[in-house]
Design a protein. Sequence first.
Length: 590
Amino acid sequence: MQLDEFTKELAKRGGGGGARWIKSDFHVHMPGSSDYDYKAPDAVQKLGTELTQLGYGVCVVLKHQEFPTPEEIGALRKAAPGTTLLPGAEINVLVDAMHTKVGKDHFFHAIVVADPQNEAGYTYALERAKKELNYRPGDYPAGFRSSILDVGQLLREEGALFIPAHLHQSKRPDKSRSIDDIYDDDAFLGFVRENAFTALEVRELTTAPFFDGAHTTKDGLPIPKAVCVASSDAHHHEHIRQRRRATWLRAENPTFAEVRAALSFPHRVRLSEPVAAHPRVLGIHIAGEFLDDVWVNLNDGLNALIGSKGSGKTALLESLRFVLNTTVPEERADSVRKHIQHVLGPAGYVECLIDMGDGEKRLITRRADAPDRISMMDQAGQPTAISADAEVPFPIAILGWHEIEAVADSSAARINLLDRVGDRAEIERMYSAIDELVGRAREELPFLQGHMRRLEARFRDLWDLRSKREALATLQAGQLLDLQTQYDWFLSAEEHLAGLVRASAAADSDVESRVKSALRYDHAAAPTIAAAVQGAIDGVEQMLQSLDRSEAEATQSLRDGIDGVKAAAEAALESVRAEFAKFRAEVYRP
């Protein structure tokens, strides 16, 4: 089977394939409207052709203040059969001048998108709003005068989408039709915060990131999180191609219900075309005995197969492993071979459509009756035969339960698995580059170590110089003399105190000889003489004895004083020496 034929058959028989990115436009004016620029009879056909060629899956077609008729939508649907057309109306919401940037009433445009399957008719929501709210009909500008919050709440309660149009036009309020040009930031952001709108239509893609919930205005107001869409605001079929403003929605089918659901989740909305740049399996066709003519469309976001025992999970994965020729451990080869024989039988085959990651598709086929030969066909229809001994150039790893256990237990199995998740040639190139860098590192390590030693020496010099610079920085005008004076004082104080300690020690040993009197009476005993003479001599001796006692008391008192001076001098000397050492270490550095 050719690749194009396989793709068509897969789309027809392979199921929906899950959610996909659908190109959408929420603001295209209906041909035939008074403000539609292209007036030729083929306007509808031209618009339909443009939507088809540009690949739009969803398009909101609208008129001012009303919806297009079913006949108008039907005519456009014939011209664009592949595009889901949703009815819309671009309404005017008039603004109370008390809340605006200007002193007169103005209005902004908002898009109302209705469910075409609404049982009451897709015009019901807008008709009810016109009846129940303050609506001014008549000549342009007709529009709603009720609160924006009331208008949005009623329309959304009826299931419609409510989107303020073309945000951030940056025009004067009396010329603009955009809500943010008319209301100040506080009021406008308040409406967004209170969920008045389904989404916000932006003209510039740079506006959308401000509504990610992490930004503030220039005045510091927090900007609430909101979903943004981009649309062409087309009044001519050429505007769609020229303005290049579209929105991609993640949805399974292009229906109103899925569009509304997608707009509820920011991660399902993109303002630039999402590109899947990784290799992926697009679909598989299994024609065998256990699985007979089974087509499966695989989503690029698929990350799990869930089902009860016997639901076919292993059969599908083994068929993929078979057709893509992925590695099977030797101890599992026999059981895997028996399983694929059970699935395919003797003459079954598997076809698999893959995307190589660069947009190039390949169709790979492998048959049960010729397992040694694998056929790979490119988009041009050119087949290539691959031997089963060679690996299919597609990064994939499929492991059974026991093989997963082996990966957990074996580092070699883990490395082998990682090597298969990627381009083999690229992995080999990386290994070669790593080996080369490791070899160069070994050779250059001694040079690096030498440089490190020299760098360490330079750092030591640097730190020493920084220390000296810090010392010099303290020697500002007049400070050097003051420091020298302090230094001299410490030297002098230390010298004097040390001398006093020495003098005290000397005085203590010399005090008795200095204080002892030289007065003595060493005369021999008197012969018998007159009593009066003896009495006088006894008086002298008594006086000398009294003097000896006074000298002993004086000597002890003097020694006590000298000891006190010595102790005080030693304590003072120790304190001076400690403070002097601190001064030399921290203040007076040479």
